[in-house]
Design a protein around this ligand. Structure first.
Ligand code: MG
Ligand code: MG
Ligand code: MG
Length: 309
């Protein structure tokens, strides 16, 4: 029986291309393996679709149930992120870069996890160690995964190993400009055309309690703020509707991943308090905050401080 290689649910580019890469390596080593993913090709995220198309890679086949199958995992090892019946399937390999999850096995398996920025980085090492040449198209997918997982080397999770892998893979894949590749992926990921403003606001949105006041904070990661120029007014109207529904403030982080900063759009009962929170000055209903990338690590703590939480 062929080994089904599968990444986590709601797959990202690393989960998709690492399944392809590990299946390729296993096949080269005489084991029959096929790449799978926990989603139908049509519903795959726009970034991964772009990557598969660019490098001419076939989408992995859909696998939602592991019952009775031989399984290899990439990019995760938590049962909750796996296909149905993973716990009772025959697990034969894990290649990952996360904390170790809760899968268990009855037999010894190939288990390779490293604290690097991407599974693609680990797989690049495994190909080298095995003396197996990475096919050009597969190298392209692995390269894209590393750029995506490390946010083009800007994530705190990025390591020297990831940078070294990118150097290897770009020459195999024939990619001269990784910036251009990253931008193409980012543009696909942050496409807003045809998406209703309310859906954009709620794409990545959380409510917080600040000393008894309800504060909502949404975030859109963008390649350039120009991407939302045409929907800006509609976004503000969507924020107004959300604010009317019992909120003290509604903030929308328009994060420019390239410039590494955020235009913070603010609707608040107390705009001066928000200005104080970020040591900024609103111009109309927004202000540019250099270096702001993370809601969890930057935006929320500053708000909590200003609200006296
Ligand atoms: Mg992942
Ligand atoms: Mg990953
Ligand atoms: Mg990711």
């Amino acid at each position: 029986m062929a080994i089904s290689v599968v990444g986590h649910a709601n797959p990202d580019t690393d989960s998709v291309t690492s399944a392809i890469a590990l299946a390729t390596l296993l096949n080269a080593q005489g084991m029959e393996a096929k790449a799978c993913m926990q989603i139908g090709a049509a519903d795959l995220n726009p970034e991964s679709k772009t990557v598969l198309k660019r490098f001419g890679l076939a989408a992995p086949e859909q696998l939602m149930d592991a019952a009775g199958k031989k399984i290899a995992l990439v990019d995760f090892s938590d049962l909750a992120q796996g296909p149905a019946n993973l716990a009772s399937a025959e697990l034969v390999a894990i290649v990952d870069h996360h904390k170790i999850g809760d899968v268990t096995t009855n037999n010894p398996i190939l288990f390779r996890a490293e604290p690097v920025g991407c599974t693609g980085t680990v797989l690049n090492k495994m190909f080298k160690e095995a003396g197996v040449a990475i096919p050009k198209d597969v190298a392209g997918g692995m390269l894209a995964a590393i750029l995506s997982d490390t946010v083009n080397f800007k994530s705190p999770t990025c390591t020297e190993d990831d940078k070294a892998a990118v150097k290897d893979l770009k020459s195999v894949a024939g990619v001269t400009d990784t910036e251009e590749l990253f931008m193409e992926m980012l543009k696909a990921k942050s496409a807003v055309d045809g998406v209703p403003a309310k859906d954009l606001l709620f794409r990545d949105y959380k409510d917080f309690d600040m000393k008894g006041q309800k504060v909502g904070v949404g975030q859109l990661e963008l390649a350039t703020l120009d991407q939302v120029a045409n929907v800006r007014q509609a976004l503000v109207e969507a924020m107004e509707a959300v604010k009317k529904d019992g909120r003290h403030s509604v903030l929308l982080m328009l994060t420019d991943v390239v410039k590494e900063g955020t235009e913070l759009v603010v609707l608040s009962d107390d705009p001066a308090l928000i200005e104080k929170a970020f040591d900024g000055k609103l111009s109309g209903n927004s202000m540019w905050i250099p270096g702001m990338m993370s809601r969890k690590k930057q935006t929320v703590p500053n708000l909590q401080k200003a609200f006296g939480c």
